[in-house]
Structure formats: structure tokens, C-alpha cells
Design a protein. Structure first.
Length: 76
């Protein structure tokens, strides 16, 4: 099932399908290792849902909800 990274629930994992967005946001995500084909897991969400923490490529990464919405994920 395809959804954006911001829609995952805590404990859910998935595989990145694509990284959308424009300019600096997309470049920043790609530089941090958020690339197509990479598996990730949602570890934590802040009480109001922003930011979120994911585990990707063996490290923890914190993203804003707006950034996470640019990442399309297929749940595993």
C-alpha cells in the first residue's frame, strides 16, 4: 500500500518509492540518505505529530512533517 511517510504510524516500516518536493528540500532529503529503494521504520512521533523520527540506513533521522510528506513509501 502506497502512502506518504508522514502518514505512517509508529512501529510501521516501509520502502521508499520516490522522493518528491522541489529544490532545496528534495536535495536535503537525498543528501541525508532518503533515496528510492531504501527501507525505513517510523520510531517516534512528537505529541502533535511534528517532527517524526525514523530509522534509515542504520541511524535515526528526525524530519519535519512537511519534509516527510514529500517521501512516498510502500508499507511492508
Amino acid at each position: 500500500m502506497k502512502k506518504s511517510l508522514s502518514e505512517l504510524v509508529v512501529g510501521e516500516s516501509g520502502k521508499i518509492i520516490s522522493v518528491n518536493g522541489e529544490g532545496r528540500v528534495r536535495r536535503r532529503l537525498l543528501d541525508m540518505g532518503v533515496t528510492a529503494g531504501t527501507e525505513l521504520a517510523l520510531r517516534k512521533k512528537a505529541p502533535l505529530g511534528d517532527p517524526i523520527e525514523i530509522t534509515i540506513r542504520g541511524y535515526e533521522l528526525t524530519l519535519r512533517k512537511a519534509e516527510a510528506a514529500c517521501v512516498e513509501v510502500e508499507t511492508l
